[in-house]
Design a protein around this ligand. Sequence first.
Ligand code: GLP
Length: 233
Amino acid sequence: MRIIIAKDYDELSKKTANLLASQITLKPNSVLGLATGSTPVGAYNDLVRIYKEGDINFTEVVTFNLDEYYGLDKENPQSYYYFMMENLFKHVNINKHNIHIPNGRAKDIELECIEYENKIKQAGGIDLQLLGIGRNGHIGFNEPDVKFLDEDTIEANSRFFTALDEVPRKAISMGIKTIMHSRKIILLASGEEKAETINSMINGKITPELPASVLQLHPDVVVLLDEKAACKL
Ligand code: GLP
């Protein structure tokens, strides 16, 4: 793992956007794995700025998002589909046929997951996967040892909903194996509330209780932290 420590959230976001922009420059038809959550918002804003300055072109870029809440419509402002449109896709010249986000309203979830995996394979696999990390060490929605969303995740994500019981209890997520097959991974973390988890992820044992710890086995991971998230290292 390569660890890069940025001064603060703004610097973390700029560095991330620059890495994504370089990936698109080096390979215009890159397959990007994208993440939601509050952490990558700044990076997406900066990526849009780089695009508007004319330095990158999304026409051939293909994207696969990590996850989606189960049961939410695309139009729901809390859906990850809506998040991606608002924060990135509607601001750049990406071809809408190249955008992939799990369908939270799929009737047959098993089939949705199989088809999603197949589309990733058909696209040639993910060149660069962007990840955030949950307070409990989850990546995507791969929770420690459980199939339903963890209580801590529901509590953490409730800040985007008006009430705790509005947070869906289930989600569709790219699995750990698919994430591990990405050629490159960039994991972002900002703020002190992630510091303990980041330290365990980097220096602790590899365990399903902290799903992100499996990244220790990946050959090309960049962990981009701000100083607060790095304070326990
Ligand atoms: C959600 C997402 C994760 C994300 C995590 C952390 O649970 N499914 O992909 O990494 O939140 O979010 P934040 O960046 O808001 O702390």
